[in-house]
Design a protein around this ligand. Structure first.
Ligand code: UDX
Length: 465
């Protein structure tokens, strides 16, 4: 493809649902701005994406867009589950490094996921601008940026088992961040822990980059953003991306799905028959797995609360065992009229639906942003990494929901569901609606995220000249 004056960007997402979704939204925004885009996906995810969405025909309307695919280095039958995430990341790196070295000289800019620290070095080697896109929550990214200081101060790994001890060496989060809110709360050795090492490499690559892209908006994350900017002044804050895209599409429609699984639209038909704000949507994103005990406690808590619910039971939701169809059949039997189960939902449409009154979530960053945009308060059952910090912010900083953090029994679940959907419904709804309005304003012409995206486009176009 011929590089034109508009610049040519390579987008390289982490090979999981959430970053693929956000990067494709960014890709479409660049296409609308007239920038040439190459989207690098793994063979495996490209197959899933093409099978379950109209992504190929959608992007065909942009003549300066192309998909490129590489192997993720794993055999086709590999489960690619969250428990084996580290394996996926290192096998992909072995394939991606030589590929990037070959392809980057033809680009003017590369936007890798923040976790691909090696793309920053390769970009610098071949003289191409690198602007990582960190698809995790900014509050967690700030905690990552404090890791070296925390290690030096002896705060991590933790000494002793008390998870309620406050971590006081993260500026801006004193008195807020407990050990249990820390991304790697089970960390025992920083030097040998794969995820801690990845986070360290990620933050060490930031000063060698030419900027940073974040999917949030100033009115939500202002304090974390100004701290991040003390490390990376050129931070483009362009979110909520799906809303930014919606606003810039000619017909202002909700952006099409970028799902790796088949969406079950019967969930929307079921919601159409339910009263306004009566249903709680339950989903733990694309990767997080729960133990059978956790699933059962959450289930019984929901049933005992008397509230209706729509639950996404992914085939790989159970942590230590195969999906138990018989168990699910038995559970549903007693409460058919107020429960609906799907294996994958059109989440944005679900969250936009007037029948949804709340969201029981794992606090993945995309889910959190989508919930805020659609004005749905949350109950957080965070599993790992950024989810643990984000859920603390949902409960204590933004006050748009309840953080269940580590206490998952049916009585607690029943209590928090009633709290969110009945007792304190108005309070939570008022705070989340306020943020939803600010989110919408940020992507309107002249809004902070709108302007930041314009700066980013200008920067890339200037590189192409
Ligand atoms: C992962 C990590 O778990 C999370 O900590 C990090 O913030 C981002 O990467 P994931 O589990 O994929 O995220 O969750 P999330 O960020 O919430 O993204 C899930 C995406 O899948 C959302 O965009 C959501 O709309 C979509 N989704 C989810 C569906 O379309 N249907 C579903 O049934 C469930």
């Amino acid at each position: 493809m011929e590089a034109e004056n508009s610049g040519h960007v390579l987008l390289f997402p982490l090979p999981i649902q959430s970053p693929i979704n956000s990067m494709l939204q960014l890709a479409e925004l660049f296409c609308l701005a007239g920038i040439q885009v190459t989207f690098l996906n793994t063979h495996h995810n490209q197959q899933l994406l093409c099978r379950h969405t109209n992504v190929e025909s959608r992007f065909r309307q942009y003549p300066k867009f192309q998909f490129l695919t590489i192997s993720d280095g794993l055999p086709e039958e590999h489960p690619r589950s969250s428990l084996l995430f580290g394996e996926l990341i290192s096998s992909l790196q072995a394939v991606a490094e030589p590929f990037l070295r070959k392809i980057l000289p033809a680009m003017t800019c590369v936007i890798p996921d923040g976790l691909f620290y090696y793309a920053v070095d390769i970009g610098n080697e071949v003289g191409v601008s690198v602007i990582p896109f960190d698809t995790i929550s900014p509050c967690c990214l700030w905690v990552y940026l404090c890791f070296p200081k925390l290690i030096e101060a002896g705060d991590i790994p933790f000494k002793g088992n008390d998870l309620d001890v406050l971590i006081e060496n993260v500026p801006g989060m004193q008195g807020l961040l407990r050990r249990r809110d820390f991304p790697f709360y089970r960390l025992t050795n920083c030097a040998t822990d794969l995820y801690c090492q990845l986070a360290l490499k990620e933050i060490q690559s930031i000063p060698r980059s030419h900027g940073l892209i974040l999917n949030t908006f100033e009115d939500l994350d202002g304090p974390s953003l100004s701290l991040i900017r003390s490390n990376c002044p050129q931070t483009y804050v362009v979110g909520p991306l799906h809303l930014q895209l919606k606003n810039r599409l000619a017909d202002k429609r909700m952006p099409s799905s970028n799902s790796l699984w088949e969406e079950d639209h019967s969930s929307i038909e079921w919601l159409d028959t339910q009263p306004i704000e009566s249903v709680i949507y339950v989903s733990f994103g694309s990767l997080a797995a729960l133990t059978k005990e956790e699933i059962l406690e959450i289930w019984h808590g929901l049933v005992n609360s008397g509230v209706r619910f729509l639950w996404v039971m992914r085939s790989n939701l159970f942590r230590e065992e195969e999906f138990n169809h018989q168990l699910l059949k038995e559970l549903v039997e007693g409460c058919k009229e107020r429960v609906y189960i799907v294996s994958w939902a059109p989440q944005e449409k679900v969250l936009a639906h007037p029948a949804i009154g709340g969201f029981l979530t794992h606090s993945g960053w995309n889910s959190t942003m989508e919930s805020i945009v659609h004005g749905k308060p949350m109950i957080c059952w965070a599993v790992y990494v950024d989810q643990r910090v984000t859920s603390r912010f949902v409960g204590e900083v933004w006050e748009i929901g309840v953080d269940m953090k580590d206490i998952c029994d049916r009585y607690i679940v029943e209590k928090v569901v009633k709290d969110l959907m009945v007792t304190n419904k108005d309070k939570f709804k008022k705070s989340v609606d306020k943020l939803s309005i600010l989110a919408k304003q940020s992507v309107e012409e002249g809004g902070s995220s709108y302007n930041s995206f314009e700066y980013l486009v200008d920067y890339i176009k200037k590189l192409g000249r």
